[in-house]
Design a binder for this molecule. Structure first.
Ligand SMILES: C[S@@+](CC[C@H](N)C(=O)[O-])C[C@H]1O[C@@H](n2cnc3c(N)ncnc32)[C@H](O)[C@@H]1O
Length: 223
């Protein structure tokens, strides 16, 4: 299953995808810039500090282009931290599309990107000596969450496009699957989203966003 998509350039020079309905997978101000800011700097770095020992388990909502997975694996290599990366995707991007995406000029990085996409679905694999990847083909709403999630990259399409994914019901499922002190990051800081996160018990912070976006959200499960 897939949806009709085309490749478009964003303002930092990195590509993203756009659906037939005109919805982009990343900010048009910069795909890599946005992922680095929202998921790596605000999420991953904070989680590695909050959980300084052992494996860190990450759940990603929407594997999509694989950009967040790539940046996470590169950061894991840099910091010598072991990561279990579980990503769920309802509409896997076809090979003919992901083959045309370039997110790094480094050959090793591009080989890693290809390995992330070629990894089988629904089967955990070691993608680097430090990173275990499990890509789940299906829907977040019905997937079985991994145990003891420490970090969630909530990278769903925007609430106006996918309102069913920003509900207290789904956030309840997520917080229940997280360890105390676990972190959820997302690019969306709308009031309706913050209220839904707070309703299920998250402590919600608004933080400065990447260029083109005033604020983003980081939420923590209380200790
Ligand atoms: C904003 S895009 C981000 C994708 C990815 N994180 C990236 O950086 O390319 C949202 C993704 O969620 C996927 N998706 C939509 N509904 C979903 C659902 N119910 N469960 C899992 N994935 C879903 C879409 O197909 C898309 O790949």
């Amino acid at each position: 299953m897939s949806q009709a998509i085309e490749i478009v350039a964003t303002k930092d020079g990195s590509p993203t995808l756009r659906t037939a309905a005109g919805i982009t997978y990343h900010s048009t101000h910069g795909a890599v810039q946005e992922s680095m800011h929202v998921f790596i700097q605000t999420g991953l770095i904070a989680a590695l500090e909050a959980f300084p020992e052992g494996l860190v388990t990450i759940l990603e909502m929407g594997f999509g282009t694989g950009l967040n997975a790539l940046l996470t694996a590169l950061e894991s290599n840099r910091r010598h931290r072991a990561i279990r990366y579980v990503s769920v995707e309802k509409y896997p991007v076809p090979e003919v599309i992901w083959q045309q995406l370039t997110y790094t000029q480094a050959a090793a990085g591009q080989a890693l990107f290809e390995a992330l996409h070629r990894a089988p679905w629904n089967e955990p694999v070691m993608i680097t000596p430090q990173v275990e990847l499990l890509k789940v083909a299906g829907e977040l709403q019905i997937m079985t969450l991994p145990e003891a999630v420490q970090l969630i990259y909530f990278d769903a399409f925007a609430p106006e496009d996918a309102p069913e994914l920003w509900t207290p019901l789904l956030f309840r499922k997520l917080i229940d699957g997280m360890v105390p002190g676990g972190i959820l990051t997302t690019y969306c800081s709308k009031g309706v989203v913050r209220r839904a996160l707070q309703e299920v018990g998250f402590l919600v912070e608004k933080l400065p966003g990447p260029p083109g976006k005033r604020e983003i959200v980081r939420a923590r499960k209380p200790e």
